[in-house]
Design a protein around this ligand. Sequence first.
Ligand code: ZN
Length: 358
Amino acid sequence: MGKKKGKQPYRKAPGLVPKGLLDKKAECPDCNTTFDIPWLEELDHPLQPIAVRNEGHFVPVSFPLRCPNFDCNNSFNYTIPNLENLSPWALYGDEASRDIQNPKANYTTKRLHFFCITLVGLHKDRAEKFLSDFEDLKREARPDVDPKEWAHHFTKIWSAGADDKEYSFSSKAQKIDYAKKIASLIRKNRYHIVTLNFSSCIVLPENEKERKKLIRRQKQEIFQQSIISSVLQFRLRQVSTYWIFDNVKDTSSGEKTEGWAEECFLGLQYTRLFAWLTAGATATKPTFVRPGSHHLLEVADFVSYCVARDFERTATGHKPEFPSKLMGNGFYQGAWNFGHSWYGWSKGLPMMKYYNLS
Ligand SMILES: [Zn+2]
C-alpha cells in the first residue's frame, strides 16, 4: 500500500509473474552462478524502456541484478529481449461488480463480492464498420437521439422501469433481445475485436469496515492484473498496448481519477516484471476519461455487465438471460478469494473451471 518512493506513491505489484518468466534464470557473467530473477522486487527507479530509435529499432533495455554468490556479489545488467515496435493497440476498460448476499445454498452460505474489469481493443481495419453497426443498435434503444449524443450504460437500460420514456423497450423480453444483439455484434467481429475480462470473487466478512477494505484490495488486484496480463497477451502477438479507462467515479471534468489506479500503475513500473513485459514499447500510464466518451468504453461496459450478471445469476441458482458465451471467444482471467488466477481464451466465462459453479 501507498509507501513513498521519491515523490510518487505506489502500490505493491500483485503476485502474478507468468510461468514462463518464473522459470527464467539469470547467470552472473563473472562467476557463472545461476539464480532466479526477483521479478517483483522493488527497485529504486521505475524501469521504463527508453524509446530511442536506432536504425528503425528500439535500443535494447536491461535491468540491474546482483549476483547472490557472497564471494562475488557482482552487479550487472540483464538485457531484456526487445519487441519490434508495431502499432500499439488502445484498450478501453470498464468495470462491474455484484454484492451477492444470498448465493445458492449448495455453493456457499457466505456473502460474496464479484468484481470484474473488461478491456476492449478493436483493429483499425474494422473500426468504422463496427462503430456504424454499434450506432445502429443504439438507435434501437433511443430512436430519437443521435447515438453520438448519449452514453450507453447497459445498467441504466436494464434497470429502466416500465413507464420509462428514455429507452424504447417496454418489456424485459425486449431488453434481453437487445442485449443478445450487442453480444452477437461482438461475436461477429471476433478476430478484429478483442475482449479481456479479469474477475475475482471474494468472501465478504461480517464487519463493514473489513468488508470495505477487502473490496478495495480486490479492485486494486484486478486492476493491476488487467494491466500486467493485457501487456503479456499482446506482447505474445508482438503488439504493444495502452489503456483508457472509464472513470466511473468522476462525472464532472472527466480528467481526475480516484488516484489509487494511477498509484497501482506507478507501483508496477518499479518491477523487473513490468520492464520485461513492456520492453521495446513505451509504457504510458493509463488515462481516465468521461464515462461512455468512446464507443469501445460502452462495449467494455456491456461486456463487464454481461459477465457479472452471468456470474450473479449462476451463483444464485438462476439461468443467465444473456450468458457471456453469446459474445464468442474472449480472454478470461479469474480467481476465487485471492487465490490462484486462472486464465485463457474461451467462449464465455469458464464458470466451472474458475469458480466451481454450474
Ligand atoms: Zn557472480
